[in-house]
Each structure stands twice: as structure tokens, then as C-alpha cells.
Design a protein around this ligand. Structure first.
Ligand SMILES: C[S@@+](CC[C@H](N)C(=O)[O-])C[C@H]1O[C@@H](n2cnc3c(N)ncnc32)[C@H](O)[C@@H]1O
Length: 281
């Protein structure tokens, strides 16, 4: 009996203590969401800096204002958060990857490890921003619910991520190579590429008013497709041996050469972005 009473008091004390910790100081709660990919900020920056460079129009769409509090979901190394702070806002980053969060903090941005599907904030932020992240989150409904909960009324949600048809050549090629190698098992596709209609319906069902939603085909140059596979396909291949991973990459490269490579332009990723501007009712 005494043990139960002690446990009860202890739990009560922990909950009370957490309630009193200002949200800025709180590490994000543990989440069931598993990391779908591993991120190395150095390699990412070396070969795929275009991810944040090409997202400046999304920052323009958000139009961060002096003194606003903005949550950057999937902040990565914080390149875009730095840009938003340069325009006068105060940004907090959240990212599943501790390596990315470390890089983000090194860039002077307050950041925490955590998932968009388990945010501990309630009506705290003037805006939520996200670039190139939400296609990694299969439970889109839970993500949108958490974003809505974190926003104040009239708060803006501006994001861009892979939409319907994104990376079709890339994903179908990976599926082809997996199908050719039963020893690789099934390709566990971690990506969510919704249509404008599907995402609009989801946002409206969670209390957003959609001001703008567009699918934007954006062929994107890449230095070497082998680097793309290293950076973005390490999650779907993590169960493969080193030799199997090499086979996977070489076979993908040979097939993709016939689909998204030309002598004149080199590698051109078949990206299609979904860009959203919504307001919480
Ligand atoms: C392609 S990077 C984009 C980073 C940054 N937004 C940019 O524009 O450079 C995707 C990021 O999403 C993060 N991520 C993936 N799933 C997430 C989740 N459920 N919650 C928060 N971040 C997540 C990854 O750790 C990674 O840093």
C-alpha cells in the first residue's frame, strides 16, 4: 500500500514539475515515431544544400515578422531558421535527428529533438514552418493535429514537402531493384506524397482554413545519384549488408540513368513539391 502511495505521489510530482517548466526549456517528450532515415549534417550540406536553398520562396510565403515566435518542424541544420531570425522572428526548431539538432544549435538556433507527431506545445506559436520534412511522416493526421495544437488562433502554417507524383522515377526504381532481389525483402516505403485535395481535406478537418495550396513540379539538379541514395535511401536499406547496399545503389543508378540523366544536364531529380499556406481558425 505504502509503495503505491509513494508511486502515486511521485507521479503527481513529476507531472506537476513538467507543467511548471517553461516550454522553451522542455525537451520534447519521448515518441513512438521511429526515425525513418539517418541524417549526417555534413554530407547533407555538401551534396543537398539545394533542399534549403530552393525553399527561400517558402520563407517568403510565410513572411516572418519582427518578434513573432515560429516553430520550424524538421528544422534540419537550421539554415532556414537562421534566415527567419534574420528577418526578425524568434525560431525554435524541432527535429527527430539529434545530429541535425546539434548542427542547428551550432548555427545559433534553439532546437530540440522530437517528432512533429508528439509536440508538447499548446497555442504557443504565431506560425509553424516546415520544409522537406512532412513527406517523411506517414501519420499525417497526427502531425497536422500537433501543428494545430501548437499554434495560436489565427496562427499560420506554411510548409513545403513532396506531393503527389514526387520522386516517381526514384521510388519506382527502388521498388524494381527490390523486386529483382527477393533476399532484400519488401521495400518499406516511408514516404507520404499527398495530392492538393487530400491535404486540403486533412487540414480543413483539423480546423485550418487553406489560403493557398499548389503542386509545383520542380526538376532538381543533383551532383551524383549515388550520393542521393546514400543520403535519402539509407533508412529503407538499413537491413541490407554493405555488399547488398552497393548492389542496390549500382542497379538503381543504371536504371535511373535511362530515366533522369542526360549528358547535357546531368542528374535531374523528378521532384514535385506541395506548397501550403493555411491559417488556424
Ligand atoms: C530533408 S531534411 C530537411 C531539413 C530542413 N528543413 C531543410 O530544409 O534543410 C528532413 C528533416 O526532417 C526530419 N524529420 C523526419 N521525420 C520527422 C518527424 N517525425 N518529426 C520531426 N522531424 C522529422 C529529419 O530528421 C530531417 O532533419
Amino acid at each position: 500500500m505504502a509503495v503505491y502511495a509513494t508511486l502515486y505521489i511521485f507521479a503527481y510530482w513529476i507531472i506537476g514539475a513538467l507543467r511548471n517548466v517553461p516550454y522553451e526549456k522542455r525537451e520534447i517528450m519521448k515518441t513512438k515515431q521511429k526515425e525513418t532515415n539517418q541524417w549526417n549534417p555534413k554530407t547533407y550540406n555538401k551534396h543537398t544544400a539545394f533542399v534549403s536553398q530552393l525553399a527561400l520562396p517558402v520563407v517568403d510565403l510565410l513572411d516572418p515578422k519582427e518578434g513573432e515566435r515560429i516553430l520550424d518542424v524538421g528544422c534540419g541544420d537550421g539554415t532556414l531558421a537562421v534566415e527567419m531570425e534574420r528577418r526578425g522572428a524568434k525560431v525554435m526548431g524541432v527535429d527527430m535527428s539529434s545530429e541535425m539538432v546539434e548542427a542547428c544549435r551550432a548555427n545559433g538556433i534553439e532546437a530540440y529533438v522530437g517528432s512533429v507527431t508528439a509536440l508538447p506545445y499548446e497555442e504557443v506559436f504565431d506560425a509553424v514552418f516546415s520544409n522537406a520534412t512532412l513527406h517523411w511522416v506517414k501519420d499525417a493526421k497526427l502531425a497536422v493535429q500537433n501543428i494545430a495544437k501548437s499554434l495560436k488562433t489565427d496562427g499560420r502554417f506554411v510548409c513545403e514537402f513532396g506531393g503527389e507524383g514526387n520522386a516517381f522515377a526514384l521510388v519506382s526504381t527502388m521498388e524494381e531493384v527490390f523486386a529483382k532481389h527477393p533476399e532484400f525483402g519488401e521495400l518499406d516505403n516511408p514516404w507520404y506524397f499527398p495530392s492538393v485535395e487530400a491535404y486540403r481535406t486533412l487540414l480543413e478537418s483539423e480546423g485550418f482554413r487553406v489560403e493557398y495550396a499548389e503542386l509545383i513540379p520542380r526538376p532538381t539538379p543533383m551532383d551524383d545519384i549515388m550520393h542521393w541514395l546514400d543520403i535519402f535511401a539509407n533508412g529503407v536499406t538499413k537491413h541490407l549488408s554493405k555488399e547488398q547496399f552497393e548492389t542496390f545503389k549500382v542497379e538503381c543508378r543504371d536504371i535511373l540513368k535511362t530515366k533522369i540523366y542526360t549528358k547535357e544536364e546531368g542528374w535531374m531529380l523528378d521532384y514535385v513539391r506541395l506548397r501550403i499556406d493555411a491559417v488556424k481558425n
